[in-house]
Write a protein that binds this ligand. Sequence first.
Ligand SMILES: [Cu+2]
Length: 382
Amino acid sequence: MENSFTEKNGVSRRGFLSSTVAAAGMSTLAVDLTSSTATAATNIASADIKNLPRVKQELVAPPFFPKHDQIAKGGPKIVEIRMVIDEKIMVLDDEGAEIWALTYNGSVPGPMVVVHQDDYVELTLVNPATNAMEHNIDFHASTGALGGGGLTHVSPGEETVLRFKATKAGVFVYHCAPGGAMIPYHVTHGMNGALMVLPRDGLKDKAGKQIKYDRAYYIGEQDYYLAKDEEDEYITYETAGEDYADSMDVMATLTPSHIVFNGAMGALTGDNSLKAKVGETVLIVHSQANRDTRPHMIGGHGDHVWSTGSFSDDPQTGLETWFIAGGAAGAATYTFLQPGVYAYVNHNLIEAVLKGATAHFVVEGEWNNDLMKQVKKPSPIK
Ligand SMILES: [Cu+2]
């Protein structure tokens, strides 16, 4: 890849980037899949699909969820969503480290999408002419054609529409996967998000009892690989894609410069803290498109946890810390029992504190002395 970068360095940025993608090999695979899918498609259910009701889902920026029903009303639907790709500068920390982020709808992570099992997701993916790069989308919730990645390559100035059936219940990552080294490059520049496929009759515990949530938050964990100059300062760039060679060098070390929640350090702390009240049940969906992680609610628990993200499996209960594999999303519910500030962290505490993977929940309500009481304030030893 580095050779192709050097060789193509003289041509225009857009030309260089698509050449780099073509050189990567994966995109050849994607093209083959596109044509074979188109010709071999039997379209067994197209008549039925035509008769399904259509609804538009207004996507919102994380940590918030779009409006949705926890239990499906009626039969399967086509849920129309629209994502516009935005290549933009994002500031990642207090020191002003910045990146040309590659985003779905302008946020890192991209927006949460919510449907019910057997609904159809119909995505319009728009790549405005003002962007520099080709992009696509691979939905881990979907089946076939590289998760739709083979059918959704859009160059700047193009849009495409992909429809897939959400056959599996759970929470799933989606991400850009243009081909070869551009796959990790785009994913580690923020181009990923999550989609929740609820069972039609909602979430259940292992006894089959309904689990309802009062609030839902989406936390997308992001590892970035920013390069530094000889003075130990983060390098800045004029355009998206210009950091490609430097980024590849840092990525090869497997050592992120930043590991953050929702795009930047502090995106979910201070004024941006997540809110809840004592007695409320909060659903937390946590995704990591590239790297393993281990969420922990300091001072709380995971009451019900779908660590692998599959709602077809019984949730685990009463967990202190749970594992989310790189390339996956997981879900957890917690009913807050005490007021206060809870740090929700990736419990590799170096990653939480030094790299940025920390969020805060600010919970209002009455303190319960039965659960915890300071029996004696810290004072001199008698
Ligand atoms: Cu992309």
